[in-house]
Design a binder for this molecule. Structure first.
Ligand SMILES: Cc1cc2nc3c(=O)[nH]c(=O)nc-3n(C[C@H](O)[C@H](O)[C@H](O)COP(=O)(O)OP(=O)(O)OC[C@H]3O[C@@H](n4cnc5c(N)ncnc54)[C@H](O)[C@@H]3O)c2cc1C
Ligand SMILES: *[C@@H]1O[C@H](CO)[C@@H](O)[C@H](O)[C@H]1NC(C)=O
Length: 515
């Protein structure tokens, strides 16, 4: 006789398996019906904008999913958005997003992936101009430069590279998280998961941060203000996270740009994504509900025959700043209103080919004029500009060729960043002679205020906003990080799984957002 208890054990084992099979089929059925759209046809995704963020999102989506991707861009605008080149005397120059840091993993690995060559920025002689003269000018000798800097700004100066490097070490962990598929829904979650103090830094001005850390006032007012005026057109009143991360480029030989222009990367990503490109901007996104399906219908400025006939999109990715957007949203669950406290900083790029006037800068001869001039906040300046520097055409990448462009003659091309347009009378003062002048005005990047609110990234579960990240810091790499996150969020939604950074990193779920 067999032991009856064993039989029941065996039976119960069998029934348990059966139960699992039944449960599993129910789950599969449910999952299947819940994602009908996905199983019936490929998910359709609209991306609004063809800058680094929009084209990056198309690329990362294509890499991970079989989807129909539609990218919309403004008519007559080139792919790359703020990564943009302008022509001066038959050569092209970066007129927007110009350089990136070697720790920018996506800019580096993607340019490698597409076989694009990169240029190192030349070791230019830098000066800091205060409106009447130079408070600091580099000397050609590295050792002398070192002593001059230390003499002017004190030993504390040398804490900056190590502080920035440690910020970068913490920051670059995001690439590991993203490689494992972790997503974030808000900027505070993103920052806090890398280092809780990053969020604190957004709550104070760069001035306050540097003062708390006992940096001397001259260092803040001259060198660090000069760099931030150059990178963001703003003084050290911008929040501490962006103000400090902006100093990365001051690390030795750390900046790169892509041959042919950084926009070439955007072109390549778009091409590889096999997305359909629409040359007309989106004017309205309407959310509709049909039985259990929710989808988005899109209106464009001009009618577009390449739009899908039923005009139904499963996901919409916004890849431009909503602060500057003409898109209207009619949503069922959310209200997207134009934020009132968030403005963009105007920066004007002006290119001048000609001979600079050393006297304007209080210098005796041409050879004394630095290759790159940073400025402090000028009080009643004769000419108000943020930076003035010699530039090198985007096709030049060899180090030997690059240095040739640092000479002074009538063919030298200078680029000015300024908050207001340069007047002819301004240029008369600054240049002895000039041939070509071209300019472009940008709503360049956010005006950063300490303690500012952050936009949401996930406006609805299928409506994702890439450019929310610009309020932490605006850079081509930041748009790519946010684009990767957008692709991961879409994938998460389709596959019905959830891998949130805030669950992975305890304490990174911080509420400080608004739409
Ligand atoms: C002067 C300047 C200097 C800079 N310097 C640097 C630098 O050295 N390094 C760096 O990393 N970053 C720099 N930046 C910042 C960097 O360029 C941006 O952060 C980055 O390029 C933003 O990319 P994006 O794709 O998110 O947005 P964008 O490049 O702005 O792309 C969005 C696109 O969407 C389009 N669009 C808007 N509305 C619609 C619509 N309704 N439908 C369809 N399309 C629409 C826009 O016209 C635009 O072309 C600089 C920016 C400027 C302006
Ligand atoms: C950061 O801010 C939080 C919340 O305001 C605070 O509790 C914390 O002490 C701050 N951390 C540091 C290191 O200042």
């Amino acid at each position: 006789m067999s032991d009856p208890s064993k039989i029941t054990q065996k039976q119960s084992g069998f029934y348990r398996i059966l139960k699992y099979i039944v449960l599993l089929s129910i789950v599969l059925l449910l999952v299947g019906s819940g994602h009908q759209l996905v199983t019936n046809r490929r998910p359709r995704i609209a991306i609004l904008g063809a800058g680094m963020g929009g084209t990056g999102a198309a690329y990362f989506l294509h890499e991970r999913l079989a989807a129909d991707i539609h990218v919309f861009k403004q008519k007559g605008e080139s792919i790359g958005g703020r990564a943009h080149v302008m022509e001066v005397d038959g050569r092209e120059y970066e007129a927007g997003g110009s350089v990136f840091h070697i720790s920018n993993h996506y800019m580096m690995t993607l340019s490698d992936h597409f076989g694009l060559r990169r240029r190192s920025e030349p070791d230019a002689k830098v000066g800091i101009y205060d409106g009447s003269g130079f408070s600091y000018i580099d000397t050609g000798w590295p050792l002398l430069k070192y002593f001059k800097l230390m003499y002017r700004y004190g030993m504390k100066l040398f804490f900056i590279p190590s502080y920035i490097s440690s910020m970068l070490d913490k920051f670059t962990v995001i690439y590991e998280y993203q490689a494992y598929g972790y997503t974030f829904e808000t900027i505070p979650e993103f920052l806090t998961s890398l280092d809780p103090f990053f969020l604190n830094m957004t709550e104070m001005s760069t001035f306050t941060f540097l003062k708390n850390e006992n940096y001397p006032k001259e260092l803040t007012d001259e060198l660090i203000t000069g760099i931030n005026r150059g990178n963001y057109g703003q003084d050290c009143n911008l929040h501490g996270f962006v103000g400090m991360i902006s100093l990365c480029g001051s690390l030795q030989d750390s900046l790169r740009s892509i041959q042919g222009g950084n926009k070439v990367l955007a072109e390549k990503m778009l091409q590889e994504s096999q997305a359909i490109l629409h040359n007309t901007p989106v004017t309205r996104v309407r959310e509709l509900k049909e039985e259990t399906d929710i989808y988005y219908v899109i209106d464009t400025l001009e009618s577009d025959p390449s739009l899908p006939q039923d005009n139904k999109f499963d996901f919409v990715i916004i890849a431009h700043p909503l602060e500057l957007s003409g898109v209207q949203f009619e949503l069922l669950r959310q209200k997207v209103s134009k934020p009132v406290d968030r403005e963009f900083q105007v920066t004007i790029a002006t290119f001048i080919q000609g001979r600079i006037n050393p006297e304007f800068f209080g210098l005796e001869d041409l050879t004394q004029v630095p290759d790159a001039i940073l400025t402090t906040e000028l009080v009643n300046p004769r000419v108000d500009f943020s930076t003035l520097q010699k530039v090198i055409p985007v096709d030049v990448v060899n180090a030997d060729d690059v240095s040739k462009y640092l000479v002074h003659d009538d063919n030298t091309v200078w680029k000015i960043w300024s908050r207001k347009p340069m007047l002819e009378s301004d240029l008369d003062l600054m240049f002895l002679s000039r041939r070509t002048v071209v300019s472009k005005s940008w709503y360049a990047y956010p005006k950063y205020k300490p303690g500012q609110s952050f936009p949401q990234i996930v406006l609805e579960d299928k409506l994702i906003y890439i450019n929310a990240i610009e309020w932490a810091a605006s850079a081509m790499e930041m748009s790519l990080i946010s684009a990767k996150n957008a692709a991961l969020l879409v994938e998460e939604n389709i596959r019905g799984r959830s891998q949130k950074l805030r669950d992975k990193v305890p304490g990174s779920h911080v509420e400080r957002n608004e739409l």
